[in-house]
Design a protein. Structure first.
Length: 214
């Protein structure tokens, strides 16, 4: 065990694992659970939006949330934590800090689909990587990050997200855990009842919307 991991283990970060009710309370208190008509990063439309940055602006709450993820996965002994831009950067960094390991970040590929590691990030063949993200709807960002990890020859040991807004219907080919699972309806643009009712649409965040998955 290296020095950083030994120190993190002795520190015993976040010994108390927070519950889904705690996570919901954190989001609601931060005004991060919003009603309206939104275009999600997946390209789908939804009457509700989880603005994770209203939560992530508070380091103490971020530490608590990431502490539970670190507690879940510490026994699996990940070598590295990977997260997709943008919110995944904050989460990967904090989870890695509590695990005593490093964090790497998967950015959108400007030359094609998927995500890539830039800025000199490298993964060793067989390196054990935990993938983390903020909000999961279709699992697209998590899957793209997993694909980038595997393309580098490393091993994805699992994934964790703050909120699974599919209510558990989204599955991956590795174990995935969510701090809070809530079923929020989402629609393809062609089938969106909010569009039919003429409710103005908002595209929150900075990630370009992708073509909606079925």
């Amino acid at each position: 065990m290296d020095l950083h991991r030994a120190l993190a283990t002795r520190a015993g970060y976040c010994r108390i694992v927070i519950t889904p009710d705690d996570v919901e309370r954190i989001f609601r208190n931060a005004n991060a659970f919003r009603d309206g008509h939104f275009v999600l990063a997946s390209g789908k439309h939804s009457p509700r939006y989880l603005e994770k940055f209203q939560v992530l602006q508070w380091p103490q709450e971020t530490e608590r949330l990431c502490g539970t993820i670190a507690a879940w996965w510490r026994a699996a002994v990940p070598d590295t934590v990977a997260g997709p831009t943008t919110g995944g950067i904050i989460l990967a960094h904090e989870v890695a800090r509590q695990l005593g390991t490093r964090a790497v970040y998967a950015e959108r590929n400007d030359d094609g689909p998927g995500r890539v590691f830039r800025r000199g990030f490298q993964l060793r063949p067989g390196e054990r990587v935990l993938v983390v993200d903020d909000i999961m709807t279709t699992g697209g960002s998590v899957q793209e990050t997993m694909d980038a990890v595997r393309a580098a020859g490393a091993e994805v040991i699992g994934a964790a997200v703050l909120v699974d807004r599919s209510g558990g219907s989204t599955t991956l080919d590795v174990p995935v855990r969510a701090l809070w699972s809530v079923e929020v309806p989402s629609y393809s643009p062609a089938d969106c009842p909010l569009c039919r009712d003429g409710i103005p649409v908002t595209k929150p965040g900075t990630t370009p919307a992708q073509p909606a998955r079925a």
